[in-house]
Write a protein that binds this ligand. Structure first.
Ligand code: ADP
Ligand code: MG
Length: 689
């Protein structure tokens, strides 16, 4: 393999390829579209399409696809070949501007939450020129937005792009007040991706991992993560080879894979990229997840992206590092060193604080999924209560502003615009790791995102809510209020969201309740706010989601929750019935025959009788719980109630019963001879590599 700089981005139709392959005028027109969102005329599109096709064909491509991100949270593609028949029975390779700009997949099977009836199932994909086309598996992939015949967004990308527009508009309005010459503001994200690797052969023997992506059973291994020997530990050779391969593939796709290390739990790892605009970072994160999975197969692994593949040890998240910056190179969340930037920073910081306090419900909802329920509000980080960690210094500065007093000795005069800010150390491990939304020096780290989730959803909400607050702020200032008044007023009213203590503690739960902060421990509760006019109106006002689109998201997310629990429950039943129960019965038969043999031989066998009885009791319990679970599944499946009530049934009666059944099964696992146990154990899965 050549040097990294030589092959980095070699599978991307990026600026340099465009410059090299497009006539100057075409390149300029395309650049205007990319940078300013100007519409692209069809003549230009034709030339671009042809150049893209030539480039892709030279690289061995035969097909192209409009690559899009439906509301499944995954990516989708339908491949069309470039071939076009000629009169003499041959073919030429062709790709037109029309094909580049717009596609019309009959995508009727994607979730639409009622946005499309099947009889008008058409969906359209539209080229997103702000994200480069790339080559994947010998196909030219064109990043696209996906919408219905009436223009409603059927995907995760369209609202994200709209939210970036909202940020741009509102932030520029504020920057104008500071006399900034910036002409564009973008939101950025660097998503740290956690994942597990398990041996593929063992994985293949676990129906729960195959079908549900997580283990539904499994007694804890005698060793977990208590020795803290895996975190940042030496990477095993086989894993190293995997990571190297992964890096190389990501680099070819122009993805800035930067950091890799072992995570806290055994078999858990992390990859962090250098951040980019929320749009491109989202595309890149989707690609990263896909390539992680594909590369795992090549190396005899299975890559598990589920939020909680194994009980009893850490699950996986995606730390969403988020900031906003100008095209003049200023990070608006960087405290900076000069007074003017301090005032400006404080204003943006205030907007973020107010946004998180005002819209904590919907921010929580943006990371809700059946998988993520195992992390949030369970016994691991972060809690389901949304709060902001600012650190003592910054909190001190804000307190001083609110109380109209000086901050620390003489550093601060309370006229904003003076250099009030001390130097901010980064939030490192010995600082706060328990906050769901932590200020880390020049960005916020939203830690509640699930490892399997698309970051599009949470970033759309983050951008939208910040845009809303910045709009209000701009209105207040344009209406005659001073920066100081605005900061003071906003912070006084919203500082309850700031919490610098231990987010995992029981005291915080109590304290949060006193402060009136919601604590939605599961998806069903969290999604309720999508029916609330406060959030619907805000998203509509910011032009991010229409009311109809929000209504569809509510349906889709609840439906996805129900279906996920259904798959898990049916798998849980099947595994017990066809694998675990028969195996445990076989073992019971063996112990029973030993009881008989001992008695015949005149050997005292109370210990054997005890074992057999204990196992028999647990098997009876298993059988009873299994029956209840099956009945509850049937009831939930037959329910004709509103979707919210149905989802509640799946959560309380089905998921709850699954958990209970698991407890019994895991106890049985600890009693049964290893050679009888039909599926790989936690020891095999977590330490088997
Ligand atoms: P840590 O590992 O302590 O969380 P890092 O500095 O390594 O912190 O950053 C982790 C992630 O944050 C990386 O993906 C990085 O690209 C991203 N990041 C850094 N600066 C910013 C920023 N200004 N905006 C958005 N993401 C950022
Ligand atoms: Mg981090």
């Amino acid at each position: 393999m050549a040097n990294v700089p030589e092959y980095f981005g070699s599978d991307v139709f990026n600026e340099s390829v465009m410059k090299e392959r497009l006539p100057k005028a075409t390149y300029k027109a395309l650049k205007k579209t990319i940078d300013n969102g100007d519409p692209l005329d069809i003549e230009v599109a034709n030339i671009v399409a042809n150049a893209m096709k030539d480039w892709a064909v030279e690289k061995g491509c035969t097909h192209y696809t409009h690559w899009f991100q439906p509301m499944t949270g995954l990516t989708a593609e339908k491949l069309d070949s470039f071939i076009s028949p000629t009169e003499d029975g041959h073919v030429i390779m062709e790709f037109s501007g029309k094909e580049l700009v717009k596609g019309e997949p009959d995508a009727s099977s994607f979730p639409s939450g009622g946005l499309r009836a099947t009889f008008e199932a058409r969906g359209y994909t539209a080229w997103d020129p702000t994200s480069y086309a790339f080559i994947k598996e010998k196909a030219l992939c064109i990043p696209t937005a996906f919408c219905s015949y009436n223009g409603e967004a059927l995907d995760k990308k369209t609202p994200l792009l709209r939210s970036m527009e909202a940020i741009n508009k509102s932030a520029l309005r504020i920057l104008k007040l500071f006399g900034s010459d910036a002409t564009r503001v973008t939101a950025n994200v660097g998503p740290e991706q956690e994942y597990f690797l398990v041996d593929r052969e063992m994985y293949a023997k676990r129906e729960d991992l195959i079908l549900a992506g997580r283990s539904l059973y499994g007694a804890p291994a005698p060793k977990g993560q208590e020795l803290e020997d895996h975190y940042f530990g030496t990477i095993k050779t086989r894993v190293q080879a995997y990571m190297k391969d992964l890096d190389e593939q990501l680099w070819k796709l122009g993805i800035y894979a930067k950091t890799k290390h072992n995570e806290v739990a055994p078999a858990q790892h992390e990859l962090a990229p250098i951040y980019g605009t929320t749009n491109i970072a989202t595309d890149h994160n989707q690609l990263t997840m896909e390539i992680m999975k594909r590369t795992a197969r090549k190396h005899g692994f299975k890559c598990l992206l589920h939020e909680k593949p194994f009980a009893g040890i850490n699950g996986s998240g995606k730390h969403n590092n988020w900031s906003i910056s100008t095209n003049t190179g200023v990070n608006l969340l960087d405290p900076g060193k000069t007074p003017a930037e301090n005032a400006q920073f404080l204003l943006f910081l205030t907007a973020v604080i107010k946004a998180v306090n005002d819209y904590q419900d919907i921010l929580r909802a943006s990371v809700a999924s059946a998988g993520n329920d195992h992390r949030l509000g369970a016994n691991e980080a972060p809690p389901a209560i949304i709060s902001i960690f600012l650190g003592d210094e910054l909190t001190g500065v804000l307190d001083a502003i609110v109380n109209g007093v000086k901050y620390e000795d003489k550093r601060v005069e309370m006229e904003i615009g003076v250099d009030v800010l001390p130097h901010f150390p980064k939030d490192t491990t010995d600082r706060n790791r328990t906050s769901p939304f932590a200020f880390t020096g020049n960005k916020f780290e939203f830690r509640a995102v699930g490892s399997a989730q698309s970051v599009a959803g949470p970033n759309t909400i983050l951008n939208a809510m910040l845009a809303e607050e910045m709009t209000q702020m701009a209105e207040a200032i344009e209406g005659g209020k001073s920066f100081e008044e605005v900061v003071k007023e906003f912070i006084s009213e919203h500082k309850r969201i700031i919490f610098n203590g231990d987010g995992y503690s029981a005291e915080w739960e109590e304290e949060a309740k006193r402060r009136g902060l919601p604590n939605h421990k599961n998806t069903v509760d969290a999604l309720k706010c999508l029916k609330d006019a406060k959030y619907i109106d805000m998203l509509d006002r910011q032009g991010v989601y229409t009311k109809v689109e929000i209504a569809s998201r509510y349906e889709i997310l609840l439906d996805n929750y129900i279906k996920t629990i259904q798959v898990e429950a049916l798998t849980a039943v099947k595994m017990v019935k066809t694998q675990i129960y028969p195996a445990a019965c076989d073992y019971l038969a063996k112990v029973s025959s030993e009881v008989v043999a001992a008695k015949e031989a005149g050997i005292p066998a109370a210990f054997l009788t005890e074992d057999a009885t204990k196992l028999a009791t647990l098997l009876q319990e298993t059988k009873d719980k299994l029956t209840t679970l099956e009945n509850n599944i049937a009831k939930a499946q037959a329910s004709e109630e509103e979707i919210f009530e149905v989802a509640t049934m799946w959560r309380d009666d089905v998921f709850g019963m699954m958990q209970s059944l698991r407890e019994t099964v895991d106890t049985i696992e600890e009693l049964v001879d290893d050679s009888y146990w039909p599926i790989p154990t936690y020891v095999d899965l977590l330490f088997g590599i």
